[in-house]
Design a binder for this molecule. Structure first.
Ligand code: BJW
Ligand code: ZN
Length: 246
Protein backbone atom coordinates (compact mmCIF):
# COMPACT_ATOMS: atom_id res chain seq x y z
CA UNK A 1 0.00 0.00 0.00
CA UNK A 2 1.25 3.46 -0.87
CA UNK A 3 0.45 6.11 1.73
CA UNK A 4 -0.02 9.70 0.59
CA UNK A 5 2.59 12.39 1.34
CA UNK A 6 -0.14 14.30 3.17
CA UNK A 7 -0.97 11.39 5.46
CA UNK A 8 2.68 10.83 6.34
CA UNK A 9 3.20 14.54 6.97
CA UNK A 10 0.16 14.65 9.28
CA UNK A 11 1.35 11.57 11.16
CA UNK A 12 4.87 12.95 11.50
CA UNK A 13 3.69 16.03 13.38
CA UNK A 14 0.58 14.66 15.14
CA UNK A 15 0.38 14.96 18.92
CA UNK A 16 -3.19 13.78 19.36
CA UNK A 17 -4.27 10.70 17.46
CA UNK A 18 -7.66 9.05 17.93
CA UNK A 19 -8.97 5.83 16.43
CA UNK A 20 -12.49 4.45 16.20
CA UNK A 21 -12.71 0.72 15.51
CA UNK A 22 -15.61 -1.51 14.50
CA UNK A 23 -16.27 -5.16 13.80
CA UNK A 24 -14.14 -5.16 10.62
CA UNK A 25 -11.00 -4.85 12.75
CA UNK A 26 -11.74 -8.27 14.26
CA UNK A 27 -12.84 -9.88 10.99
CA UNK A 28 -9.33 -11.13 10.20
CA UNK A 29 -9.34 -12.85 13.62
CA UNK A 30 -12.47 -14.74 12.62
CA UNK A 31 -15.13 -12.76 14.50
CA UNK A 32 -18.12 -12.27 12.19
CA UNK A 33 -19.08 -8.66 11.43
CA UNK A 34 -22.69 -7.48 11.74
CA UNK A 35 -23.58 -6.21 8.32
CA UNK A 36 -21.35 -8.05 5.84
CA UNK A 37 -22.98 -10.88 3.86
CA UNK A 38 -22.52 -14.49 4.91
CA UNK A 39 -22.08 -13.95 8.66
CA UNK A 40 -23.94 -15.19 11.71
CA UNK A 41 -26.08 -12.06 11.50
CA UNK A 42 -27.57 -13.11 8.15
CA UNK A 43 -30.54 -14.83 9.83
CA UNK A 44 -31.02 -12.44 12.75
CA UNK A 45 -30.40 -8.75 12.24
CA UNK A 46 -28.59 -6.91 15.06
CA UNK A 47 -31.64 -4.67 15.51
CA UNK A 48 -33.78 -7.78 16.17
CA UNK A 49 -31.56 -9.53 18.71
CA UNK A 50 -29.47 -6.77 20.25
CA UNK A 51 -32.33 -5.08 22.01
CA UNK A 52 -34.14 -5.14 25.33
CA UNK A 53 -37.49 -6.37 24.00
CA UNK A 54 -35.89 -9.36 22.29
CA UNK A 55 -34.25 -10.31 25.57
CA UNK A 56 -37.44 -9.92 27.60
CA UNK A 57 -39.49 -11.88 25.03
CA UNK A 58 -37.14 -14.83 25.02
CA UNK A 59 -34.27 -14.45 27.50
CA UNK A 60 -33.02 -18.02 27.05
CA UNK A 61 -32.72 -17.58 23.31
CA UNK A 62 -30.88 -14.26 23.43
CA UNK A 63 -28.68 -15.52 26.28
CA UNK A 64 -27.70 -18.66 24.30
CA UNK A 65 -26.89 -16.43 21.33
CA UNK A 66 -24.47 -14.44 23.48
CA UNK A 67 -22.98 -17.65 24.89
CA UNK A 68 -22.40 -18.85 21.33
CA UNK A 69 -20.66 -15.60 20.43
CA UNK A 70 -18.56 -15.76 23.61
CA UNK A 71 -17.33 -19.16 22.48
CA UNK A 72 -16.29 -17.72 19.10
CA UNK A 73 -14.54 -14.75 20.75
CA UNK A 74 -12.77 -16.91 23.34
CA UNK A 75 -11.26 -19.10 20.63
CA UNK A 76 -9.83 -16.34 18.40
CA UNK A 77 -6.63 -14.33 18.67
CA UNK A 78 -5.86 -10.64 18.09
CA UNK A 79 -4.64 -9.98 14.54
CA UNK A 80 -1.94 -7.71 13.09
CA UNK A 81 -4.35 -4.75 13.18
CA UNK A 82 -5.00 -5.04 16.92
CA UNK A 83 -1.29 -5.44 17.55
CA UNK A 84 -0.32 -2.41 15.43
CA UNK A 85 -2.89 -0.27 17.27
CA UNK A 86 -1.50 -1.45 20.62
CA UNK A 87 1.98 -0.37 19.52
CA UNK A 88 0.78 3.04 18.37
CA UNK A 89 -0.11 3.81 21.99
CA UNK A 90 3.66 3.99 22.58
CA UNK A 91 4.42 6.12 19.52
CA UNK A 92 2.10 9.12 19.85
CA UNK A 93 2.12 11.39 22.93
CA UNK A 94 -1.67 11.20 23.16
CA UNK A 95 -3.29 8.18 21.56
CA UNK A 96 -6.96 7.35 22.18
CA UNK A 97 -8.40 4.06 21.04
CA UNK A 98 -12.18 4.04 20.95
CA UNK A 99 -13.94 0.81 20.07
CA UNK A 100 -17.48 -0.29 19.33
CA UNK A 101 -16.30 -3.88 19.71
CA UNK A 102 -17.21 -5.95 22.73
CA UNK A 103 -14.73 -8.76 22.05
CA UNK A 104 -11.76 -7.74 24.24
CA UNK A 105 -9.28 -8.20 21.40
CA UNK A 106 -7.72 -4.74 21.78
CA UNK A 107 -6.90 -5.48 25.42
CA UNK A 108 -5.66 -8.95 24.55
CA UNK A 109 -3.34 -7.38 21.93
CA UNK A 110 -1.78 -5.19 24.64
CA UNK A 111 -3.68 -1.89 24.35
CA UNK A 112 -3.90 -0.39 27.82
CA UNK A 113 -6.23 2.54 27.27
CA UNK A 114 -9.37 1.49 25.43
CA UNK A 115 -12.67 3.32 25.50
CA UNK A 116 -15.41 0.73 25.04
CA UNK A 117 -18.54 2.39 23.70
CA UNK A 118 -20.80 -0.67 23.46
CA UNK A 119 -19.74 -2.57 26.59
CA UNK A 120 -17.93 -5.87 26.92
CA UNK A 121 -19.33 -9.35 26.30
CA UNK A 122 -17.34 -10.88 29.15
CA UNK A 123 -19.24 -8.91 31.76
CA UNK A 124 -22.83 -9.51 32.86
CA UNK A 125 -25.06 -7.84 35.37
CA UNK A 126 -28.33 -8.42 37.20
CA UNK A 127 -31.06 -6.27 35.70
CA UNK A 128 -32.72 -5.88 39.10
CA UNK A 129 -29.91 -5.12 41.58
CA UNK A 130 -27.00 -4.46 39.16
CA UNK A 131 -24.67 -7.01 40.75
CA UNK A 132 -21.92 -7.76 38.22
CA UNK A 133 -20.98 -11.28 37.16
CA UNK A 134 -17.64 -11.35 35.33
CA UNK A 135 -17.19 -15.02 34.64
CA UNK A 136 -19.96 -17.31 33.51
CA UNK A 137 -19.78 -20.95 32.51
CA UNK A 138 -20.15 -21.08 28.74
CA UNK A 139 -22.12 -24.33 29.10
CA UNK A 140 -24.97 -22.44 30.78
CA UNK A 141 -27.30 -22.20 27.80
CA UNK A 142 -30.28 -20.96 29.79
CA UNK A 143 -30.34 -17.43 31.16
CA UNK A 144 -28.86 -17.16 34.66
CA UNK A 145 -30.65 -15.72 37.69
CA UNK A 146 -28.99 -13.46 40.22
CA UNK A 147 -27.75 -15.21 43.38
CA UNK A 148 -28.77 -12.24 45.48
CA UNK A 149 -32.20 -11.26 44.19
CA UNK A 150 -33.28 -13.75 41.53
CA UNK A 151 -33.27 -11.07 38.79
CA UNK A 152 -32.36 -11.89 35.20
CA UNK A 153 -28.68 -11.63 34.29
CA UNK A 154 -27.86 -9.96 30.98
CA UNK A 155 -24.63 -9.24 29.10
CA UNK A 156 -23.10 -5.80 29.79
CA UNK A 157 -23.41 -4.62 26.20
CA UNK A 158 -25.30 -1.69 24.74
CA UNK A 159 -28.44 -2.67 22.86
CA UNK A 160 -30.37 -0.54 20.38
CA UNK A 161 -32.38 2.14 22.10
CA UNK A 162 -30.07 2.11 25.15
CA UNK A 163 -27.76 4.91 26.21
CA UNK A 164 -24.04 4.46 25.71
CA UNK A 165 -22.00 4.62 28.96
CA UNK A 166 -21.86 8.34 29.71
CA UNK A 167 -18.19 8.68 30.66
CA UNK A 168 -16.98 6.60 27.73
CA UNK A 169 -19.05 8.59 25.25
CA UNK A 170 -17.83 11.88 26.69
CA UNK A 171 -14.21 10.71 26.54
CA UNK A 172 -14.69 9.56 22.94
CA UNK A 173 -16.22 12.88 21.89
CA UNK A 174 -13.41 14.80 23.56
CA UNK A 175 -10.77 12.63 21.89
CA UNK A 176 -12.42 13.17 18.51
CA UNK A 177 -12.70 16.93 19.00
CA UNK A 178 -9.02 17.18 20.08
CA UNK A 179 -7.53 14.87 17.47
CA UNK A 180 -4.97 16.08 14.92
CA UNK A 181 -5.42 12.80 13.07
CA UNK A 182 -8.46 10.55 13.37
CA UNK A 183 -8.82 7.01 11.97
CA UNK A 184 -12.15 5.24 11.47
CA UNK A 185 -11.40 1.57 10.91
CA UNK A 186 -13.54 -1.44 10.04
CA UNK A 187 -16.88 0.16 10.82
CA UNK A 188 -19.83 0.66 8.50
CA UNK A 189 -20.54 3.95 10.35
CA UNK A 190 -24.25 3.15 10.38
CA UNK A 191 -24.78 3.04 14.12
CA UNK A 192 -25.06 6.26 16.12
CA UNK A 193 -23.75 8.00 18.13
CA UNK A 194 -20.43 6.22 17.34
CA UNK A 195 -20.76 7.16 13.65
CA UNK A 196 -20.73 10.84 14.64
CA UNK A 197 -17.18 10.64 16.00
CA UNK A 198 -15.31 10.87 12.66
CA UNK A 199 -17.59 13.77 11.72
CA UNK A 200 -16.93 15.54 15.03
CA UNK A 201 -13.18 15.13 14.41
CA UNK A 202 -13.48 16.39 10.84
CA UNK A 203 -15.48 19.47 11.85
CA UNK A 204 -12.93 20.24 14.56
CA UNK A 205 -10.16 20.26 11.95
CA UNK A 206 -8.64 16.78 12.20
CA UNK A 207 -7.25 14.91 9.21
CA UNK A 208 -9.66 11.96 8.99
CA UNK A 209 -8.75 8.66 7.38
CA UNK A 210 -10.96 5.64 6.81
CA UNK A 211 -9.59 2.09 6.57
CA UNK A 212 -12.14 -0.39 5.25
CA UNK A 213 -12.55 -3.08 2.62
CA UNK A 214 -15.36 -1.05 1.05
CA UNK A 215 -16.87 2.45 1.10
CA UNK A 216 -19.14 3.35 4.02
CA UNK A 217 -21.98 5.72 4.83
CA UNK A 218 -19.52 8.52 5.66
CA UNK A 219 -16.62 7.93 3.22
CA UNK A 220 -17.34 10.98 1.08
CA UNK A 221 -17.06 13.30 4.07
CA UNK A 222 -13.53 12.19 4.98
CA UNK A 223 -10.03 13.25 3.89
CA UNK A 224 -8.51 9.97 2.82
CA UNK A 225 -9.72 6.41 2.19
CA UNK A 226 -7.41 3.41 2.48
CA UNK A 227 -9.13 0.44 0.89
CA UNK A 228 -8.18 -3.04 2.06
CA UNK A 229 -7.96 -5.26 5.11
CA UNK A 230 -7.23 -3.34 8.28
CA UNK A 231 -4.77 -5.93 9.64
CA UNK A 232 -2.57 -5.62 6.58
CA UNK A 233 -2.85 -1.85 6.20
CA UNK A 234 -2.22 -1.08 9.88
CA UNK A 235 0.81 -3.35 9.97
CA UNK A 236 2.35 -1.50 7.00
CA UNK A 237 1.33 1.87 8.36
CA UNK A 238 2.96 1.21 11.75
CA UNK A 239 6.20 0.34 9.96
CA UNK A 240 6.10 3.73 8.16
CA UNK A 241 5.11 5.62 11.30
CA UNK A 242 8.05 4.22 13.25
CA UNK A 243 10.39 5.40 10.48
CA UNK A 244 9.05 8.94 10.20
CA UNK A 245 8.78 9.56 13.94
CA UNK A 246 12.28 8.51 14.75
C1 BJW B 1 -13.46 -4.59 7.16
C2 BJW B 1 -12.88 -5.87 7.14
C3 BJW B 1 -11.47 -5.92 7.21
C4 BJW B 1 -15.00 -6.10 7.03
N1 BJW B 1 -10.77 -4.78 7.30
N2 BJW B 1 -12.74 -3.48 7.24
C5 BJW B 1 -29.26 9.09 14.97
C6 BJW B 1 -29.77 8.83 13.71
C7 BJW B 1 -30.44 7.63 13.47
C8 BJW B 1 -30.61 6.68 14.47
C9 BJW B 1 -30.08 6.94 15.70
C10 BJW B 1 -29.44 8.14 15.95
N3 BJW B 1 -29.03 8.12 17.25
C11 BJW B 1 -29.40 6.94 17.80
C12 BJW B 1 -30.07 6.20 16.89
C13 BJW B 1 -30.64 4.84 17.11
C14 BJW B 1 -29.61 3.75 17.03
C15 BJW B 1 -28.97 3.73 15.65
O1 BJW B 1 -27.87 4.16 15.43
N4 BJW B 1 -29.64 3.16 14.68
C16 BJW B 1 -29.10 3.04 13.32
C17 BJW B 1 -29.07 1.57 12.91
C18 BJW B 1 -29.88 3.92 12.41
N5 BJW B 1 -28.59 3.88 18.06
C19 BJW B 1 -28.79 3.46 19.31
O2 BJW B 1 -29.87 2.97 19.65
C20 BJW B 1 -27.68 3.63 20.32
N6 BJW B 1 -28.18 4.24 21.50
C21 BJW B 1 -28.49 5.55 21.57
O3 BJW B 1 -28.26 6.30 20.67
O4 BJW B 1 -29.07 5.91 22.78
C22 BJW B 1 -29.70 7.19 22.86
C23 BJW B 1 -31.03 7.10 22.11
C24 BJW B 1 -31.90 6.11 22.42
C25 BJW B 1 -33.12 6.02 21.72
C26 BJW B 1 -33.40 6.90 20.69
C27 BJW B 1 -32.48 7.88 20.37
C28 BJW B 1 -31.28 7.98 21.09
C29 BJW B 1 -27.14 2.28 20.76
C30 BJW B 1 -26.44 1.54 19.69
C31 BJW B 1 -26.01 0.17 20.21
C32 BJW B 1 -25.37 -0.70 19.15
N7 BJW B 1 -25.24 -2.03 19.63
C33 BJW B 1 -24.62 -3.05 18.80
C34 BJW B 1 -24.73 -4.43 19.52
C35 BJW B 1 -23.74 -4.55 20.66
C36 BJW B 1 -23.90 -5.84 21.40
C37 BJW B 1 -23.71 -7.06 20.54
O5 BJW B 1 -22.73 -7.20 19.81
O6 BJW B 1 -24.56 -7.93 20.63
O7 BJW B 1 -23.27 -2.70 18.55
S1 BJW B 1 -25.33 -3.15 17.17
C38 BJW B 1 -23.83 -3.48 16.35
O8 BJW B 1 -23.52 -2.43 15.43
C39 BJW B 1 -22.74 -3.45 17.44
C40 BJW B 1 -21.63 -2.70 16.73
O9 BJW B 1 -20.74 -2.15 17.66
C41 BJW B 1 -22.39 -1.69 15.92
C42 BJW B 1 -21.60 -1.12 14.76
O10 BJW B 1 -21.28 -2.10 13.83
P1 BJW B 1 -19.86 -2.07 13.09
O11 BJW B 1 -18.78 -2.31 14.05
O12 BJW B 1 -19.76 -0.87 12.25
O13 BJW B 1 -19.97 -3.40 12.19
P2 BJW B 1 -20.59 -3.58 10.71
O14 BJW B 1 -20.80 -5.04 10.51
O15 BJW B 1 -21.75 -2.71 10.49
O16 BJW B 1 -19.46 -3.07 9.73
C43 BJW B 1 -18.24 -3.76 9.57
C44 BJW B 1 -17.38 -2.98 8.60
O17 BJW B 1 -16.10 -3.58 8.53
C45 BJW B 1 -17.93 -2.93 7.17
O18 BJW B 1 -17.91 -1.59 6.70
C46 BJW B 1 -16.96 -3.81 6.38
O19 BJW B 1 -16.78 -3.36 5.03
C47 BJW B 1 -15.69 -3.66 7.17
N8 BJW B 1 -14.75 -4.77 7.10
N9 BJW B 1 -13.81 -6.79 7.04
C48 BJW B 1 -11.34 -3.59 7.29
N10 BJW B 1 -10.74 -7.11 7.20
ZN1 ZN C 1 -29.73 -9.17 41.52
Amino acid sequence: MIFSERLLAELKKAGNVAVLTGAGVSAESGVPTFRDPGGIWEKFKPEQLANFDAFMNDPDFVWSWYQHRREIMRDVKPNKGHIALAEMENVFPNFNLITQNIDNLHFRAGSKKVTELHGNIERNFCMKCRTFYEEVDLNEKKVLKCEKCGGLIRPDVVWFGEMLPVNELRKAEESAANADVFFTIGTSAEVYPAAMLPIIAKRAGAYVIEINTKPTAISIELDEILTGKSGEILDELLFKIKKIRN
